[in-house]
Design a protein around this ligand. Sequence first.
Ligand code: HEC
Ligand code: HEC
Length: 203
Amino acid sequence: MNKAILRFLAGMVCFWLGISVSQAAGDSAAGKKKFYTCEGCHSVAGYTNTYPTYHVPRIGGQHADYVVSALKAYREDERKHGSMKSNVDNLSEQDMEDIAAYVSKFRGMNSSLPVTGDIQAGRTKAAMCASCHAEDGNSENNMFPRLAGQYESYLLRALHDYKSGARANPMMMGFASTLSEQDMKDVAAFYSSQKKGLTIPQD
Ligand code: HEC
Ligand code: HEC
């Protein structure tokens, strides 16, 4: 191959990489503004959903890619929640990327939360979850949501929803179906009590 062709190919690769990088990265300053309508629920410590009662999830420090995929799941009705649906309906792809860039930067700022389940039992039972969510729930892989520092009541809610099929994710439905009610309470307590995890996005 002659040098001109090689240079051309190298240029194409850089061009392509440049495009994929710029597509992946949201603008966190723009995201902060767009997050305004979300703050009333997601930036208030200990805020709960009205009915059924469980904590509004902590999304500060969550992987940006997972945040985008969760928002799309509400838009596509794969996850059902009235106010989340109406909040995402008007968001463009860029809005979602920007918001995800903003919330994901609040990394590991909280300490662990008080829990009701059995943390030690949960630690043992969570061993089979570690390959994806990491041992302490602080997965570094974008594909797998962080669980450390998440509210216990929300984790429990999510596991119930996978087990009942209300939240249809084939992978997690399989894992949740192996857990008893007590197992769910214990693993939720374990992840919730882990440090350096999720927090509330608040400047
Ligand atoms: C009225 C309160 C409320 C408002 C406003 C709201 N949310 Fe939510 N949000 C919730 C609740 C409750 C859930 C959990 C729903 C469920 O069980 O699936 C949730 C779930 C989420 C999740 C999924 C978290 C996870 O771990 O899977 C993301 C991401 C999210 N919201 C982002 C946003 C964004 C971005 C906005 C603004 C555009 C917003 N929310 C506005 C209450 C709210
Ligand atoms: C093979 C990989 C894998 C394993 C093993 C796994 N998970 Fe997951 N988990 C995922 C993926 C992917 C998601 C996101 C699914 C979605 O978008 O709903 C998820 C989501 C979750 C959520 C919801 C998080 C949120 O913010 O809403 C909880 C809770 C959870 N997993 C707990 C567990 C527990 C407990 C175990 C072990 C019993 C486990 N997972 C094992 C891949 C895995």
